[in-house]
Design a protein around this ligand. Structure first.
Ligand code: ADP
Ligand code: NI
Length: 217
C-alpha cells in the first residue's frame, strides 16, 4: 500500500469511528488539526507521514469520553495501523505522539520528545484557541452541563491532572485554566505566530463578555 492510500484509509476509519463524537472532538476537529499540522509542516523538517497519521489518530478514543482510560486511544490506533501494514517504527512513533499530545492541565508523565510530536501538539493546541477554541469550549461545557460563568467561582490555573480532568467549574474559568496559557506553550514558529493572533481575539472576547455581563454595553 502507498502512503497516500494509508492516509486515505485512515481518514475513512477516523470519520467512521467519530460519527457520534461530542462536537468539539469530532471528525471536523481532526480535520482542522490535520490541516494545521500540514501548514506547520511546510515550514519544518519532519517526517510528514508520521505527523499526518498522528494528527488523524490523536483523538481516536479520548480518555475524557472513555472513563479516563488513557490506554484505549493508543491501543486503537496501533491496532488500526497494523491492519494497514505500517512499518513498526512508524507505528511506535505515532503511538508515542498520541500518548503525549494531550494537555490535561499541562501534566505529562513521559519524557518522549520529537519534532513530529511538537507539530501535532501545536496543531491540536491551535484548535483549542481563537474563535474555534471558544466554540469548542462552550460546547464541551454544555455537554458537561457546567455553568457558563459564575463570578463567585475563581479560576484555578494550577491544578493536578485529576482536578483538571474532573473539574465542573464554569466554562469561562477554562479560559484561565487552559486557553489563555496555550500561546506561550507553542513549540514551532508557525504556531506561535498564529497563536498570538488567536489569543488577542480571545482577550477581546472576554472583555466584551464582562461588559455585557455587567450591563455596561
Ligand atoms: P486535550 O484533549 O488536548 O487533552 P483538553 O482535555 O483540555 O485537551 O480538552 C480539549 C478541549 O476540550 C479544550 O480545548 C476545550 O475546548 C474542551 N475542554 C476540556 N476541558 C474543558 C472544561 N473543563 N471546560 C470547557 N471546555 C473544556
Ligand atoms: Ni484534539
Amino acid at each position: 500500500m502507498t502512503q497516500t492510500q494509508i492516509i486515505s484509509n485512515t481518514k475513512f476509519f477516523v470519520q467512521e469511528t467519530l460519527k457520534h463524537a461530542e462536537g468539539g472532538h469530532d471528525w471536523f476537529h481532526i480535520l482542522r488539526v490535520y490541516n494545521n499540522a500540514r501548514n506547520i509542516l511546510s515550514n519544518e523538517t519532519a517526517d510528514s507521514f508520521v505527523v499526518e497519521l498522528a494528527s488523524l489518530l490523536h483523538d481516536i478514543a479520548d480518555s475524557k469520553f472513555h472513563n479516563g482510560d488513557e490506554e484505549i486511544g493508543p491501543q486503537k490506533a496501533k491496532a488500526f495501523l497494523k491492519t494497514q501494514s505500517v512499518d513498526s517504527k512508524v507505528v511506535n512513533h505515532v503511538v508515542n505522539i498520541i500518548k503525549n499530545v494531550s494537555y490535561k492541565g499541562g501534566h505529562s508523565s513521559s519524557d518522549f520528545h520529537s519534532i513530529e510530536l511538537d507539530i501535532v501538539q501545536d496543531a491540536d493546541r491551535l484548535d483549542a484557541i481563537g474563535a474555534i477554541g471558544i466554540a469548542r469550549t462552550f460546547n464541551f461545557g454544555g455537554f458537561k452541563n457546567n455553568p457558563i460563568y459564575d463570578p463567585e467561582v475563581q479560576p484555578n490555573p494550577i491544578q493536578s491532572k485529576e482536578e483538571y480532568k474532573k473539574s465542573n467549574s464554569p466554562t469561562i474559568n477554562h479560559f484561565y485554566e487552559k486557553l489563555l496559557l496555550l500561546k506561550d506553550k507553542m513549540n514551532t514558529k508557525t504556531a506561535k505566530k498564529i497563536a498570538a493572533q488567536r489569543h488577542e481575539f480571545m482577550e477581546d472576547y472576554l472583555e466584551q463578555f464582562y461588559k455585557e455581563w455587567n450591563g455596561k454595553l
